[in-house]
Ligand binder design. Structure first.
Ligand SMILES: [Zn+2]
Ligand SMILES: [Zn+2]
Length: 143
């Protein structure tokens, strides 16, 4: 059933999108930028190929924040919801905030990343793999 389209929307509902074929590499990111941008202990992004992501309503509400490291984060200009994340080197896939999906998904996060930067009040209580930085960095705790 991986071909099923999952429906997503921002907090105010002006923006909607759909995704399919969610990749099996969902991580909880504890980097400082994700923490600031989401106003939360970590972000959780899903990843799909460009062709598996479609805006279905409200594209005029998309705002983009270009960070000093050239990563791009899109957010809803009406409600501030975090929408997507892109690095300049990844032109084939798009990352989207998994929390925006209104449907239950059949994939699960499998790692914590950038745990060297996690808030000291965040305690990781699950048994997922923990990487110091990205998935190609040192594995601090295997699954
Ligand atoms: Zn919105
Ligand atoms: Zn991050």
């Amino acid at each position: 059933m991986h071909n099923k389209w999952y429906q997503g929307s921002c907090l105010c509902g002006e923006l909607t999108f759909q995704v399919r074929n969610i990749q099996d590499r969902i991580g909880h990111c504890h980097c400082r930028m994700c923490r600031k941008f989401h106003g939360a202990a970590f972000s959780t992004y899903g990843e799909v190929a460009q062709n598996d992501f479609e805006w279905t309503k409200g594209e005029k509400f998309i705002s983009t924040y270009l960070a000093p490291n050239n990563t791009k984060r899109q957010f809803c200009s009406c409600c501030g919801s975090s929408l997507t994340f892109r690095t300049p080197k990844n032109t084939t896939h798009i990352e989207f905030s998994l929390n925006l999906l209104d449907d239950e998904v059949d994939v699960q996060p499998n790692a914590h990343i950038f745990t060297d930067f996690k808030a000291n009040w965040t305690v990781i209580t699950d048994d997922l793999a923990c990487y110091r930085e990205g998935r190609d960095s040192e594995l601090k705790r295997p699954r």
